[in-house]
Design a protein around this ligand. Sequence first.
Ligand code: SF4
Length: 75
Amino acid sequence: MAVKIIQLRHKCIGCNACVEASPKHWVMSKNDGKSYLKKAIRKGDYYMKEVPEWELDENVLAAKNCPVNIITVNN
Ligand code: SF4
């Protein structure tokens, strides 16, 4: 089963918490100081990708630690 991660990127405040929780999937942009969900597909303001179920926990932690609650994880 895959897990879907969604980020409402334009509301990111660049705190780095998601990168600390899951550096495999999140990286800070040097261009605008917001985080990127690596290899995500963009749909409007949303960026999304699927990851394997064993990477669920670290992305749930990223979502939990995001101070502006713009990360959603569905499994
Ligand atoms: S935790 Fe949230 S606000 Fe902080 S860098 Fe990640 S997406 Fe942006």
